[in-house]
Ligand binder design. Structure first.
Ligand SMILES: O=C(O)COP(=O)(O)O
Ligand SMILES: [Mg+2]
Length: 226
């Protein structure tokens, strides 16, 4: 990385850098099977990802068994985490082009960070197992600053001083957090958004990973050097 960072790119994780839905779906279906409930499957799981694991488990239980008590949710979330921690990157893979683009952005002087609603330790471990952790100066989960997207504090914690920054994410949650933080945002077309990517209200859309650096450059003011 160059001595004067160009600015910070804040990447979302699930649905943006990595396709984690297969491992999340397998885990969710195992939790449901333990309870004699029908599976949600890959497509069903994709539609529930983005607000973190407790929210994912709650949504699945509500769909399959109706209202859930907080105790029951805590038990099911613990069970989910114990299964998921053994298969964080069993089927999870970076999206095509991600490693090359991260390498290029770092080489161009960008400071790279991750802002995810997956807990910090699990997010870092997924990135480590996929060989991507080395690109990132910091990885922030909802437990890092005690703030979870769409709370802008989750993004702003990654920017300790005023600097150019661009958010890259796949969902309405990422766009809402970026808007609340006053940061420009690129939406990627390959993730888990519940709406068409053109309806997310992002400043730009990437249809392939290779488009990300050009869009990030275009949205970021050049820092002034004295
Ligand atoms: O819901 C999750 O698992 C977190 O997803 P995110 O990395 O897209 O924030
Ligand atoms: Mg996401």
């Amino acid at each position: 990385m160059s001595e004067t960072p160009r600015g910070t790119v804040i990447f979302d994780l699930d649905g943006t850098l990595v396709d984690s839905a297969p491992d999340l779906a397998d885990t969710l279906d195992e939790v449901l099977a333990d309870r004699g409930l029908a599976p949600i499957g890959l497509d069903g799981t994709r539609a529930l990802i983005g607000h973190g694991i407790p929210a994912l488990v709650r949504s699945a239980l509500v769909l399959r068994q109706g209202p859930v008590t907080e105790d029951d949710l805590a038990r099911a979330s613990d069970r989910f985490l114990s299964i998921y921690s053994g298969r964080l990157a069993a089927k999870t893979r970076p999206y095509p082009g991600a490693p090359e683009v991260l390498d290029a952005l770092a080489g161009a002087g960008w400071r790279l960070t991750v802002c995810t609603n997956k807990r910090e330790a699990a997010a870092s471990e997924v990135l480590r197992e996929l060989g991507l952790l080395r690109f990132f100066a910091q990885v922030a989960g909802p437990d890092t600053f005690e703030a979870a997207k769409p709370d802008p504090a989750h993004l702003l914690g990654l920017l300790p001083c005023p600097q150019p920054a661009v958010v890259v994410g796949d969902s309405e949650i990422d766009v809402a957090a970026a808007r609340a933080a006053g940061l420009p945002v690129v939406a990627v077309a390959w993730g888990y958004a519940r709406r068409p990517v053109g309806d997310l209200g992002a400043d730009a859309i990437a249809f392939r990973f290779e488009q990300v650096p050009g869009l990030v450059e275009g949205l970021s003011p050049r820092p002034r050097h004295r």
